[in-house]
Design a protein around this ligand. Structure first.
Ligand SMILES: [Zn+2]
Length: 236
């Protein structure tokens, strides 16, 4: 695995490899040139489905395996593509503005491996982790562990995203708080990290995921500005 290799002509500040951990807002950034998404969830690689590239075939070049581009131009590499190529290849990302690394929940081997690989890769400078929580206390307990993990590993936390933050009625778009509210906000305050945004449960988000399309195509959905706000905060 190789994280966003820099190229000889890449001294401009625009080419920074950012490791966004567990960030669901990848399609919100699709309008930009050069976004890569690395799916390191070995047990449940879901990124190819979410990005609409399940039929994608990785092709090898002299530099390594080329990622699969989705219709919005996001370069995707997933363990799922490599099941028939178990020889742990390098990935040739080309020029990227942003590399998002989607990791499974918790603090498993994948997280340690990714951080070790980034450390071993010259010029890979992770900006930090985006941690996704839900408002319930049971999730906040896991998230506390992740925040401590990041601190221990010296990985900055770019912010928290509160997922499942209320439910959007499919009939009238009204958002109902079905869980305890304010959990993500309180945790962000406690750890001194920004709350990047709150994404409500919106049936259109899961429909988009199943069909590999973007929630940004539904500007009237309350979840859409939530994703856009999070992406804008990360890119600012
Ligand atoms: Zn309603």
């Amino acid at each position: 695995m190789e994280a966003a290799p820099r190229h000889d002509d890449a001294d401009d500040a625009g080419e920074v490899a950012r490791a966004f951990e567990g960030c669901p807002s990848e399609t919100a950034e699709a309008g930009r040139a050069g976004v890569g998404l690395l799916d390191v969830d070995i047990c449940g690689p879901s990124i190819p489905l979410l990005l609409g590239v399940t039929a994608g075939q990785v092709v090898s070049s002299q530099y390594g395996w080329n990622p699969v581009k989705n219709k919005d131009g996001v370069a995707v590499m997933s363990v799922q593509f490599l099941l028939n190529h178990p020889d742990a290849p390098d990935v040739f990302w080309g020029r990227l503005d942003v590399l998002i690394i989607d990791t499974p929940p918790g603090t498993s081997d994948e997280h340690l491996t990714v951080l070790a690989a980034l450390k071993a890769t010259q010029d890979a400078r992770p900006d930090g982790a985006v941690i996704v929580t839900t408002p319930q206390e049971v999730s906040l307990l896991t998230i506390r562990k992740e925040l401590k993990f990041c601190k221990k590993m010296g990985l900055p936390v770019l912010g928290l995203v509160e997922n499942m933050s209320g439910f959007v009625c499919p009939c009238c778009n009204e958002v109902t708080e079905i869980f305890k509210t304010g959990g993500g906000e309180a945790l962000a305050r406690e750890y001194g990290v920004p709350l990047l945004g709150r994404v409500p449960i919106d049936p259109r988000v899961s429909q988009c995921g199943e069909s590999g399309t973007s929630i940004l195509d539904h500007p009237d959905a309350p979840a859409t500005p939530a994703f856009a706000t999070i992406a804008a905060a990360l890119l600012s």
